[in-house]
Write a protein that binds this ligand. Structure first.
Ligand SMILES: Nc1ncnc2c1ncn2[C@@H]1O[C@H](COP(=O)(O)OP(=O)(O)OP(=O)(O)O)[C@@H](O)[C@H]1O
Ligand SMILES: [Mg+2]
Length: 355
């Protein structure tokens, strides 16, 4: 399948092409064709005890420049929408997310495990951010300006350029050793709330559907780091991705000074995300211990901002004032969190550069 991969696959955001007719949802890709075919292949190979949690592929059609697949339409509401509409209390949301993650830890993350290749973290996280920023260059002068700045001032605090921090990380072998996933296995790869449909009814027993699995990592392997799924959820629970995406984060940029503020009306939803984040961080020690992952906390603190930074330029499809604001907000959140993650290491870096 490698020969079908267009150069921009995985590097550039694409405009969604989903249509629904007669109880069938058709998902189509022109740009990102290889990515869609990875998704179809992954869905078609699912083991029996996991299959029911994902859409069933009914048909696949291929053209020279496009690919599409059909799946049954599910009437269940989207979890992101339920949260944004205030239709789930913090307790209900926590129950639903715990059920989904219990399934993932029990049935997915134990599967197809193998040792992590040496370059996995560098290629899938550090190089991914750099590549996506480079590909997006020119699309938004406002984002370019922030990406190029050596330092930013975010809500009054100085934050180093994330690209500079990424280059420092990539030269610190000791840190890279601690950031390496203990092993790889079956993961969803894009586990965010708008990719989850939740069946109505009592939450303790209700069903769910996980849409839009990535099917392959950025660097092309089929197996990934389970903590990538958790970090993706934290881009919502900690960095409020869903609220940012729907324009509830106000971003003001003056030179390299950025201020971000959440729309007041969104604070109850932000409260539910905060409760979810607390719950998630409460479950993680036991789940990580079961997976022999003593560095999970450090790893998660790096993975979350790196996902936010990789996602920022991806939003610019197409470039509008709204998608630009989303990109700026995600970039800013990623920059702040990467600064916080690297703070304990920066003294060592300063010593190394002054020697
Ligand atoms: N089988 C389905 N039944 C009902 N709704 C669906 C189905 N598949 C997709 N959708 C709706 O379409 C949206 C987009 O689908 P999907 O996530 O697969 O595509 P995408 O292009 O990758 O989107 P995104 O860029 O948001 O990840 C979903 O969030 C969901 O609301
Ligand atoms: Mg999706």
């Amino acid at each position: 399948m490698e020969e079908h991969r267009d150069p921009g696959d995985g590097d550039r955001g694409v405009v969604r092409d989903i249509r629904c007719a007669g109880g069938i949802v058709t998902k189509r890709a022109t740009v990102g064709r290889a990515k869609l075919l990875d998704e179809v292949a992954w869905l078609s190979r699912l083991p029996a005890d996991v299959r029911g949690y994902f859409p069933r592929v009914l048909a696949t059609r291929l053209g020279p420049t496009w690919a599409e697949y059909d799946m049954p339409y599910s009437p269940w509401p989207n979890l992101a929408q339920l949260l944004l509409d205030g239709q789930l209390s913090a307790d209900d949301a926590t129950t639903a997310v715990e059920r989904i993650l219990c399934m993932a830890f029990d049935r997915m993350y134990r599967r197809n495990t193998r040792p992590t290749p040496e370059c996995f973290f560098r290629r899938n996280y550090l190089e991914k951010v750099e590549r996506r920023m480079t590909v997006a260059e020119g699309a938004s002068p406002r984002l370019d300006h922030l990406v190029r700045a050596p330092t930013l001032i975010v809500n009054g605090r100085t934050v180093d350029s994330p690209l500079r921090l990424i280059r420092r990380i990539s030269t610190d072998e000791q840190l890279l050793g601690r950031l390496a996933a203990p092993r790889l296995g079956m993961v969803h790869g894009d586990l965010k709330f708008d990719n989850i449909l939740l069946a109505p009814g009592p939450l303790e027993a209700s069903s769910f559907l996980l849409l839009d699995p990535r099917g392959a990592t950025f660097a092309g392997g089929a197996e990934g780091d389970y903590l990538d799924d958790i970090a993706k959820l934290r881009t919502s629970t900690l960095a409020l991705y869903d609220l940012v995406r729907t324009g509830r984060m106000v971003v003001q940029v003056r030179g390299t000074r950025i201020s971000t503020a959440l729309d007041q009306a969104a604070s109850p939803t932000a409260g539910v995300f905060a409760a979810l984040d607390t719950a998630l961080m409460g479950w993680m020690p036991a789940w990580a211990a079961a997976r022999n992952d003593p560095q999970w906390r450090l790893r998660l603190s790096f993975l979350t901002p790196l996902l936010l930074l990789a996602n920022a330029p991806f939003q610019l499809a197409p470039v509008t004032e709204q998608t630009e604001t989303v990109a700026l907000a995600l970039f800013t959140a990623g920059a702040q969190q990467l600064q916080a993650a690297t703070d304990p290491w920066s003294r060592g870096w300063q010593r190394a550069s002054s020697n």
